[in-house]
Write a protein that binds this ligand. Sequence first.
Ligand SMILES: Nc1ncnc2c1ncn2[C@@H]1O[C@H](COP(=O)(O)OP(=O)(O)O)[C@@H](O)[C@H]1O
Ligand SMILES: [Mg+2]
Length: 328
Amino acid sequence: MSEQPILSVRNLNTEFVLQEGKVARALEDVSFDICPGQTIGLVGESGCGKTTTLMSVMRLLPSSGRITNGNIRFKNINLLGLSERQMRDYRWKEMSIIFQGAMNALNPVMTVGDQIREPILLHGLMDREKADARVDELLDLVGIPHARRDQYPHQYSGGMRQRAMIAMALACKPSLLFADEPTTALDVMVQAQVLELLKEIQERLKLAIVLVTHDLGVVAEVCDSVVVMYGGKVAEYGSSDDIYNRPQHPYTQRLLASFPDLNRPGESLASIPGTPPRLTQLPPGCRFAPRCHKVIEKCQQATPPILEVETEHYAACHLCQGTEARFQ
Ligand SMILES: Nc1ncnc2c1ncn2[C@@H]1O[C@H](COP(=O)(O)OP(=O)(O)O)[C@@H](O)[C@H]1O
Ligand SMILES: [Mg+2]
């Protein structure tokens, strides 16, 4: 990437210690960059480590989770070197997150306006009067009429609640936003509106967005680049053009084949047989090998290195040709 990234994640390893004492290796050597004003998609089936990646970067892992290796640089600061107290200067103010399923977790007995105002007051950014003006500004930004400010969450539709969540996440003017499956629970029309809103906001605020989704169709609409995750590892990483037009990893190819293509309606969808690996019982070699339609003997024995298959397009597959990727 020619521009200086706002966030640089390198060889991130995160594990969870389970009750039985077993260790789930949720992330292994996850690396990616995001530049200011860019949108990057994090995709993969459920359980592939998308949420864990975001929670690791925000340093909001539950107590059973820990980062065992890697590097996270935000605006050239090593986030893993910060104390929890120092980290609080970054969380919400510099980088913010819309949690998975959060629109259903709004407080039912508090008005939406008050809930949007809360983070502003909490972080002591401004007094009550100014915070009220900021709430109106945020409502305008996400397209909620001021008249609905004093309504309660149950008076909002799913799409409106998601807009409120976006407003809350943006309350302290972050420059990086993580959106974890922000459209998953919404119907298709509303999904499109929420994506359109994120795109608009990104352009207006020059925000960098990490959009997490299991839906490659969603990513195609808004993302500049895509990280495809499988079993806690990066399977493929490149620009949206690379991923959609020249997918190299069999997992990406299968994932693309399993989503409807708007240009080829009516074509039958091939879902991927099997399920992602259990992270406490990882297969030797490539984690996708047990489900891969192109599997060769080597795949079951050796972990494929991540190769640069074309400029800034990476894939971790024994069938790919390229030079071993060197992430600085
Ligand atoms: N709190 C947790 N405790 C134990 N294991 C967890 C926890 N959260 C996630 N994991 C493990 O990490 C894997 C990845 O989870 P997650 O990051 O939520 O995936 P995704 O967001 O892609 O669906 C899960 O399959 C699970 O094994
Ligand atoms: Mg998730």
